[in-house]
Design a protein. Structure first.
Length: 215
């Protein structure tokens, strides 16, 4: 039986974060908007995830099939960042099949490694709580708020909105209450310290649902 040790947020925050990388078996099909159901599936297996503010979860890359689904490939991975004391708990998921919404993913044995600094980092989607009820956030306002939040976190870098095929990479995150808008974001010119900090604390909200995960 897996023993879960409950720790205070303060003691967890003092620990280094590790990245747990699960290879995902190819040929699995899940919704392209799988952030929330993936989080729910992991929380069902490891309930402490919901109470650990320093754990973040990436979305899974794959090939779109044209039907709002992605099919996992040889390169597909589930990436999770978590405090040192929690990392070994994820070995319990090795070899398991998770129900993610209407689809499933099969996880292989993970590798666990420290975060590596990079001069530039990208997040597939960043969600900011601007509280104006709009379905689409104006890019100039989003950029201004994201830049301010980056500075408030003590991270020095040049923040820009990502482009896809020459246009702004607008994204949405599907949650219980509907779709939440966001953008792909890139931060360049990072020092080693700031790179690790950004990977550790991310940017914006919904970081257990694939948002704000920089790599």
């Amino acid at each position: 039986m897996l023993e879960i040790v409950t720790m205070s947020e303060t003691s967890q925050s003092a620990q280094p974060l590790l990245e747990v990388a699960f290879p995902v078996a190819p040929g699995c099909k899940i919704s392209s908007l799988h952030g929330y159901p993936l989080y729910s599936a992991l929380k069902n297996k490891l309930p402490w995830i919901g109470d650990c503010p320093f754990t973040s979860i990436s979305s899974i890359a794959g090939i779109r099939d044209g039907k709002k689904l992605i099919e996992t490939q040889e390169f597909s991975q589930l990436l999770i960042r978590t405090p040192l004391s929690k990392a070994s708990s994820f070995y319990a998921l090795a070899g398991q099949t998770l129900s993610v919404g209407q689809g499933q993913i099969s996880l292989k044995v993970p590798t666990i490694a420290p975060l590596q600094p990079k001069r530039s980092l990208k997040a597939r989607i960043v969600i900011l709580h601007l509280n104006d009820g709009r379905e689409e956030v104006p890019p100039n306002r989003f950029l201004a708020v994201a830049t301010r939040e980056l500075k408030e976190r003590g991270i020095n870098g040049r923040l820009s909105l990502s482009l896809k095929n020459g246009v702004l990479d607008r994204k949405v995150l599907l949650i219980k209450g509907g779709k939440v808008p966001g953008y792909g974001v890139e931060v360049t010119g990072l020092s080693e310290e700031d790179s690790i900090k950004l990977q550790s604390i991310g940017l914006g909200g919904k970081r257990k649902m694939g948002a704000g995960y920089f790599s």
